[in-house]
Write a protein that binds this ligand. Structure first.
Ligand SMILES: [Zn+2]
Length: 158
């Protein structure tokens, strides 16, 4: 198997696993909030979204710092948001809300395209219509007329 094919295969399955993880995390965050607080950064997974804020010195995340898991009432946040508040010295607080369903779209679309394109180009089959070309010697698909391979670059599927 060529490196390119191996990478494609890896990307297909990795994409599928990441999609499944996003769905599982989204469902979990409907009832449960996971928070990680650091001196400059705070990231919270809750209500189907990622809430993050970053502060620059002299400001600091008041804390308490560390991990926290809290139960919450079922809720779903679907509106992305990004905001910056700056003082006169240009130091600021950055806030971002990223709905997990947006991440799901970003990951699932290329993953679906990879699965779809591989389904269409099975070895030994027409790259246009998927017709099985086993034993075909003309190089032309009898189903759709597509020139399936050129004798110069490829050999007939066996
Ligand atoms: Zn065909």
């Amino acid at each position: 198997m060529q490196l390119r094919q191996k990478l494609r295969r890896f990307a297909k399955w990795a994409g599928l696993v990441v999609c499944a993880l996003i769905v599982a995390v989204t469902v979990a965050t409907l009832w449960c909030a996971v928070e990680c607080d650091l001196p400059r950064l705070s990231v919270t997974l809750k209500a189907g979204g990622v809430y993050a804020f970053w502060v620059n010195p002299p400001y600091e995340n008041p804390g308490p710092h560390g991990w926290a898991v809290n139960r919450s009432t079922p809720a779903l946040e679907l509106i992305p948001d990004f905001s910056v508040m700056r003082d006169r010295n240009g130091q600021g607080v950055y806030h971002a809300t990223i709905p997990l369903c947006l991440l799901l779209v970003v990951v699932s679309v290329p993953t679906a395209l990879l699965w779809r394109s591989d389904r269409r180009s099975r070895p030994g089959c027409c790259t246009r219509c998927g017709y099985n070309l086993t034993g075909n010697v003309s190089g032309v698909c009898p189903e759709c007329g597509h020139k399936a391979w050129s004798a110069k670059h490829n050999r007939a599927p066996t």
